[in-house]
Write a protein that binds this ligand. Structure first.
Ligand SMILES: NC(=O)C1=CN([C@@H]2O[C@H](COP(=O)(O)OP(=O)(O)OC[C@H]3O[C@@H](n4cnc5c(N)ncnc54)[C@H](OP(=O)(O)O)[C@@H]3O)[C@@H](O)[C@H]2O)C=CC1
Ligand SMILES: N[C@@H](CC=O)C(=O)O
Ligand code: NA
Length: 818
């Protein structure tokens, strides 16, 4: 025996009904007896309810709506039944519609609509759809019978939501099906009392009908045909990565549906569950998809979690007071009052201190609940045992559901950790003792971020998404984009990381797209879709999107951008930058950024501030973490100056060598910053700070190598002119060093709380003598590296090495968030 049920969308149009008939024919081929339950055509039940309401108020144009219902059904007859058989069916359906019209006339006369009449009116939806489909099926030569469920499903007289009399119903259903082997096409949703008054079965009514029949007939399986591919791990409108759940237990389905997953209404499947009959949820419009099987026990699963669901809008009621501690009966009274007022409670949480109880309700009833509780607890409030009753609004609840969570540790840890790292504050928590549902109440504006990051973390086989916002598409920015593009496949397959650039800007244009900007054609996209840059607007948008795992990358040397870092970190957005400005201003600002990142559980990373991609900052941080103490730092920290002093020879112009350094991508956007010593001053300052010293910029003594006139040059072209003019000066410096067998090196050192930088000729004995190209070298003398210092050496400037240092910082955030 098989029971099939088709919902409103499945029987909503001529095409879909054709599809339904095809599915029924396919099922007949295995020779089993079949019962098929139908809902009303999509939308008809609501129209019938509206018609009933109109008739009660005396509005006469309800007839117009009745005509539309009639037309919709007639159109199916015209399209699907051979012409010579149509008139008989038209007459039959007309008869049913006449019955409806008579009923409505009565309602309109007495201007009163009892629940009983309401049930009778709504029953017409299923009666019409099932009648017509039965005729369609019969016209294809299939032996089939229309079965009015009112003859076999017997209920009490609670109109609107009648209780089934199972003893009688089971007997009638079994007798009915024993009499015939014809295909039975059954009206869903309706039943009747013992006095044959029409009743309806409440929410999920047609599923309920299928479940009652399946249980009574001991069906092998019940197929619920809908318009989606079964149940999904989350609502795909909110979580684009959601996917089909192949198997789910009844208990899980029940938990998920309570929290808003609406594909099926599991309470209506209770009779089937009780008899251990599996229910398949299938898609009429994609019939080969396996859908979801709901059964008592789930198969072995790939994931601990089965699904994540949410109620988007709830209010939290908080009942709190010192007088509640140790006093029995407060919660009994509280929930008694709520029950007496038929207030449905979505979730309850009480800490073991007993100081407060909070519970979630539909926000539409919140004001009413407050009034009720204020009144009922007036004495307790007056005596100060209970503080006033507080309502919090604009909240959502997320339920993480899965049998796999039972007795498995670490799930809650993972859940709270991912929400914490994404700055999602948890307002309340509840875990059912069944251990298959952990529910958290959060602010509504974080709902999408929370759902997506939880889905991302619990359904591990999919790549975790890292959302990037890039400011600066100059040398470093564009090289970074190219590296991300080249590496994206590797990151996805080897690191399970999907890097998505959501926003980018330069000084002229900015573009933002939460779906991601294709790195194939980002320049064109920026030109065509970009709008005039406004950094405040860019940052506002980032906060507005509130995407999980967000990283802001500043690839400029701008001073103004830095002012946004703190608010970004505060909004739980990590910051990565090669820009040295933020870390080389006042010490208090440097500390504040560090603290903010730490407090927020996000990252502020700037490895490329010193020595480009060389692992210098990470090394200092590592030594500090392990408790080492820094005694001395000696370093060459300018790639540009290294290159210049390794390249400049008598006979070539010093200005040309500087130009070459710029072309090679070693210099700052403004090369005066390199030659004046400012860039190196910033780097030694940052290093000293990382090494634990509270240095201020004025604690760095700069012995500049430039003549005064070069330092004073107002523009970059003027600066180059001054360099040309001073060529002799540089040749003399070089000649003087060479006569002593020395090389020119621009050295930074830090010792005894003092930093100095300046030109130091070094002889062949000195470890800095051998430096080539644009290399940097750093030598750390510490408590643990005292006799022989720790030395890091290598290229310290250039687009590729710098961008790759930035990239590595970004990826490390990806791993941290995961
Ligand atoms: N070169 C190297 O070896 C190293 C560089 N760095 C650092 O990397 C950073 C970037 O250097 P580089 O790529 O060479 O610089 P570029 O001058 O090539 O690029 C800077 C980019 O930032 C954009 N920009 C500047 N100000 C703003 C603003 N206010 N709003 C939006 N966009 C802005 C520019 O826009 P537009 O295109 O419109 O001009 C440009 O796209 C610097 O801080 C530098 O110190 C760090 C380590 C090594
Ligand atoms: N301009 C800098 C680049 C790195 O910060 C340098 O020359 O070292
Ligand atoms: Na570095």
């Amino acid at each position: 025996m098989q029971v099939l049920k088709f919902g409103g969308t499945s029987v909503g149009s001529v095409d879909s009904i054709k599809q339904v008939i095809q599915i029924i024919e396919n099922h007949r081929q295995n020779g089993d007896q079949i019962a098929v339950v139908f809902s009303a055509m999509g939308g008809i039940t609501n129209q019938l309810i509206e018609i009933g309401r109109m008739a009660t108020t005396g509005e006469t144009d309800y007839m117009e709506l009745v005509r539309r219902i009639e037309d919709r059904h007639f159109n199916v007859i015209k399209a699907l039944i051979p012409i010579k058989e149509q008139s008989k069916v038209f007459a039959h359906v007309r008869g049913i519609i006449n019955e409806l019209e008579d009923l409505l006339r009565g309602v309109s006369l007495i201007r009163e609509l009892s629940l009983r009449t309401h049930d009778l009116i709504t029953s017409f939806g299923e009666r019409l759809s099932t009648t017509i489909i039965t005729e369609c099926v019969k016209s294809r030569g299939i032996p089939a019978q229309f079965c009015d469920a009112r003859k076999i499903i017997k209920t009490d007289a609670q109109f609107g939501q009648a209780e089934v009399n199972y003893t009688l119903t089971n007997q009638l259903v079994q007798e009915h099906f024993a009499k015939t082997s014809d295909l039975q096409l059954v009206t869903g949703f309706i039943g009747s009392t013992e006095k044959n008054e029409t009743t309806t079965l409440g929410r999920g009514g047609s599923d309920y009908t299928a479940s009652i029949l399946g249980a009574a007939l001991n069906a092998e399986v019940i197929d619920i045909w809908t318009d989606v591919d079964g149940m999904m791990t989350a609502d795909p409108r909110k979580v684009p990565n959601a996917f089909n759940i192949p198997t789910i237990t009844y208990a899980e389905a029940m938990e998920l549906s309570h929290f808003g997953a609406k594909v099926i209404y599991p309470p209506s499947l209770q009779p089937a569950f009780a008899r251990n009959i599996p229910v398949r949820v299938l898609n009429t419009f994609n019939p080969t998809h396996a859908g979801t099987v709901v059964s008592r026990t789930a198969e072995r699963r790939q994931y601990t979690i089965t699904g994540i669901s949410s109620i988007d809008d709830i209010a939290l009621v908080n009942v709190q007071g010192s007088g509640m501690i140790g006093v029995a009966g407060v919660s009994a009274k509280l929930f008694g009052v709520l029950a007496a007022h038929k207030i449905s409670v979505i979730l309850i949480s009480q800490a073991s201190s007993e100081h407060s109880i909070c519970f979630a309700i539909d926000p539409r009833g919140a004001e009413n609940v407050k009034n009720i509780l204020d009144e009922e607890f007036a004495t307790e409030i007056a005596h100060g045992h209970i503080d006033s009753i507080a309502i919090e609004r604009d909240l959502s609840v997320i339920a993480t559901v899965g049998e796999g969570m039972k007795k498995s540790s670490g799930i809650a840890g993972k859940l709270f950790s991912v929400l914490g790292k994404n700055g999602v504050n948890i307002v309340a928590v509840a875990q059912g003792s069944s251990e298959i549902n952990i529910s958290v109440v959060i602010n509504k504006n974080n709902l999408s971020k929370a759902l997506n990051s939880l889905h991302n973390i619990f359904f591990q086989s999919e790549a975790r998404v890292l959302n990037l916002y890039l400011v600066g598409t100059g040398l470093i920015g564009k090289t970074l984009l190219q590296q991300i593009y080249n590496q994206s496949e590797y990151l996805r397959s080897e690191k399970l990381l999907k890097v998505c650039v959501v926003g980018m800007t330069n000084t002229k244009k900015m573009v933002l797209d939460p779906k991601g900007i294709s790195l194939d054609g980002w320049r064109e996209r920026l030109l065509t879709d970009g709008v005039t840059t406004s950094l405040p607007a860019f940052v506002e948008k980032i906060k507005d999107y509130n995407l999980p795992n967000s990283v802001f990358i500043d690839c400029t040397s701008d001073k103004d951008i830095v002012q946004f870092y703190e608010s970004l970190l505060d909004a739980n957005i990590s910051v990565v930058t090669p820009n040295k400005v933020a870390n080389s201003g006042p010490y208090s600002e440097y500390r504040r950024l560090q603290r903010t990142a730490l407090n927020r559980g996000v990252k502020f990373l700037y490895e490329t501030n010193v020595g480009a991609g060389l692992p210098i900052i990470n090394t200092v941080q590592g030594l500090m973490t392990a408790g080492d103490r820094f005694l001395k730092i000696e370093a060459i920290l300018s790639g540009t100056l290294s290159f210049i002093f390794n390249t400049f020879r008598p006979g070539i112009s010093f200005a040309d060598v500087v130009r070459e350094a710029k072309e090679k991508g070693y210099t700052e956007p403004d090369p005066r910053d390199d030659l004046s010593g400012l860039d190196v001053a910033r780097k030694i300052l940052i290093l000293a700070r990382e090494a634990g010293f509270a240095l201020e910029p004025e604690d760095v003594t700069i012995e500049t190598l430039l003549p005064e006139s070069c330092l004073a040059a107002p523009t970059i072209p003027a600066f180059f002119e001054e360099l040309e003019r001073n060529n002799n000066y540089f040749e003399n410096l070089l000649a003087e060093a060479e006569t002593k067998g020395e090389k020119l090196r621009f050295v930074a050192s830090f010792e005894n709380n003092k930093a100095t930088i300046g030109l130091r000729p070094v002889n062949t004995e000195h470890p800095f003598y051998q430096l080539t190209g644009a290399d940097n070298i750093v030598s750390f003398t510490t408590e643990r590296y005292k006799d022989r210092p720790l030395v890091i050496k290598g290229p310290g400037a250039g687009a590729e090495v710098t961008a790759s240092g930035v990239f590595a910082d970004v990826v490390s955030i990806g791993s941290y968030l995961a």
